[in-house]
Design a protein around this ligand. Structure first.
Ligand SMILES: [Zn+2]
Length: 443
C-alpha cells in the first residue's frame, strides 16, 4: 500500500519487546491508516509523490491503551470520595448512576474520550451502559474503544433490564454489526459481566459462552477488594476458582483489578491465559490493596494498565498508572530495578494491547494501525531534550513527563488532536454538557 503520510521525529519509540529507541526516524502510514514502515530516516523508502510529511520535534510513541475504564462516569467524579469500595458503590455511585439517562453515556464518553486522547490514550476498554451512545461518542472524537456493555444485577439499576436482557442486547448488536466496525475498526464489541458478586454464576457461565461463540472479549471485575466476594470465597474458594469451575475461562478473558489472588488463582489465570487489567491508582484510592504485578508478569500472565472509572481514580491518565505500577512493584520487592522504566512503558502500550487480545495496536510496527502520539520535549521534564542518552530519555518520559506534554495524536493516521485540542469535536461544548448532567444528578 502506498504511503500517504510520513511522521518524522528525532526520537521514535516503536514499543517493540526490547523497547528500542530509534533516532531520527519515521513512521510511514498508508491511506487506510495502517503503518507500512517504521525505522531510521536513513533507511526509509522513497516517498511517492503527493505523500504528506509532518516533521515533529519530540518523541513519537504508540497510542496508550487503557485496559479498564467506565468513562461515562465523568459527571460522578468526586462523589463518595473517601469511602471504601462497597460503601462507595452502594451509598454514592449506584444511586447516582440510577439518575443517569441514556444520552448521558454519550456526553460522558465524549468528554472522557477527549480527555484520554489529549493524554495520548487512543484506546480504552469500557464497561458501562447504553453502549450505542458510547460508540457514537468515540466515533465522533476519532478515538478507539473496546466496548463491553455492562451486565449487572444490582440494587437501583433494575431499570437497565435483567442480566439476560442486557446480555442478549450485546449479542444482537454483535450479530448485527460484527465484532469490529467503524472506520479503521474503531469499535470492538465484547461482553461486560460486572462481577461474581453482582451476577449469579449461571449468568457468567452463559455470558462466557456467548462471548466464546463470537470470539469476543469477556471483561469482568475480579478480586478487587477482600470484602466484596466473601460469599463466593466461602462456596468456591475464590472467584478465579468459581470462574474455572463454571467453565467461564475458555475464551478471551480480561480480569480487571485481580488484586487479591492466591498462587493457585494465578495458576488458574496461567492455565486459561486470562489477562489482567492492573489499576494501581484506583486500588490505592479505594484502599483495596496492591495487585501482585511482578508475580503475574513472572508467571507470563498478560497484564495491561487501567485507570478504572473516573469516579474512582479520579483521572483517565494512563501515564499516572505507568508510574504508580512501577513505584509499587519496586516498593514491594525493595528493588529499584524490579520494574524498569522501559518495561513500565510497554505495560501501557504493547502489553496493554496484548492483554486485550489485539495485535493491531499498541506498537509502531508495519501492519498495525497508526495510532501515534507526539510528546513535546520542550519542557523541564526533558533537561537535554531528545539529546539525552536512551536510558535517560526513557526515564524522563516515564518518571517526569506528563499527559499535558502530548501535543498531537493520530488514530489510524487521522489527526484527532492538534496542538492539544480535539480536531473533530468542541471541547468547551462537551465540558458544558457534562456540567449539566452533574448538576442534574446532584439535585
Ligand atoms: Zn471497574
Amino acid at each position: 500500500m502506498l504511503v500517504s503520510l510520513r511522521l518524522k521525529a528525532p526520537v521514535v519509540l516503536p514499543c517493540d519487546p526490547a523497547c528500542s529507541v530509534l533516532r531520527d526516524a519515521v513512521v510511514d502510514i498508508d491511506a487506510d491508516g495502517r503503518i507500512v514502515h517504521c525505522g531510521p530516516s536513513a533507511d526509509a523508502p522513497e516517498l511517492p509523490s503527493g505523500a504528506q510529511v509532518r516533521e515533529l520535534t519530540g518523541i513519537l510513541v504508540p497510542g496508550l491503551v487503557n485496559t479498564h475504564a467506565h468513562t461515562p462516569m465523568i459527571p460522578l467524579r468526586g462523589l463518595g470520595g473517601d469511602l471504601p469500595l462497597m460503601r462507595w458503590l452502594t451509598e454514592a455511585i449506584w444511586p447516582a448512576e440510577a439518575k443517569m439517562i441514556d444520552r448521558d453515556s454519550y456526553d460522558g464518553m465524549l468528554l472522557g474520550s477527549v480527555e484520554m486522547l489529549r493524554a495520548g490514550v487512543t484506546t480504552s476498554v469500557e464497561m458501562f451502559f447504553h453502549g450505542e451512545h458510547m460508540a457514537q461518542a468515540v466515533l465522533d472524537t476519532g478515538g478507539r474503544v473496546v466496548l463491553t456493555p455492562g451486565i449487572i444485577s444490582a440494587p437501583g439499576l433494575e431499570r437497565l433490564g435483567t442480566w439476560q436482557q442486557l446480555a442478549e442486547h450485546t449479542t444482537r448488536w454483535i450479530d448485527t454489526d460484527g465484532l469490529r466496525f467503524g472506520p479503521a475498526d474503531r469499535i470492538e464489541l465484547g461482553y461486560g459481566p460486572h462481577s461474581a458478586y453482582t451476577l449469579p454464576p449461571e449468568a457468567i457461565a452463559e455470558i462466557s459462552q456467548m462471548a466464546r461463540d463470537r470470539g469476543a472479549l469477556m471483561h469482568i471485575h475480579v478480586a478487587e477488594t477482600l470484602a466484596e466476594d466473601g460469599k463466593q470465597r466461602e462456596e468456591h474458594g475464590s472467584v478465579p476458582q468459581l470462574l474455572e469451575k463454571i467453565g467461564a475461562l475458555g475464551g478471551r478473558v480480561l480480569a480487571a483489578h485481580a488484586v487479591h489472588l492466591s498462587d493457585a488463582d494465578i495458576e488458574i489465570f496461567q492455565r486459561h491465559d486470562v489477562a489482567v487489567a492492573h489499576c494501581p491508582n484506583s486500588n490505592a484510592k479505594l484502599a483495596s490493596g496492591t495487585a501482585r504485578l511482578l508475580d503475574l508478569l513472572g508467571g507470563n500472565v498478560r497484564v495491561g494498565l487501567g485507570t478504572d472509572g473516573p469516579a474512582s481514580n479520579d483521572d483517565l491518565d494512563v501515564w499516572d498508572e505507568v508510574r504508580l505500577a512501577a513505584l509499587l512493584a519496586r516498593l514491594e520487592r525493595g528493588d529499584a530495578a524490579a520494574l524498569t522504566a522501559p518495561r513500565a512503558l510497554l505495560l501501557a502500550t504493547r502489553d496493554g494491547a496484548a492483554a486485550v487480545g489485539r495485535d493491531d495496536i499498541g506498537a509502531l510496527e508495519p501492519g498495525r494501525w497508526a495510532d501515534v502520539v507526539h510528546v513535546d520535549v520542550d519542557s523541564p521534564a526533558f533537561p537535554r531534550g531528545t539529546e539525552a542518552p536512551d536510558v535517560q530519555l526513557l526515564s524522563n518520559l516515564v518518571w517526569s513527563a506528563a499527559a499535558s506534554q502530548v501535543t498531537d495524536v493520530w488514530v489510524a493516521g487521522q489527526h484527532v488532536i492538534g496542538d492539544h485540542e480535539p480536531t473533530r469535536v468542541d471541547r468547551a461544548k462537551a465540558q458544558a454538557e457534562v456540567r449539566r448532567i452533574a448538576e442534574r444528578i446532584a439535585h
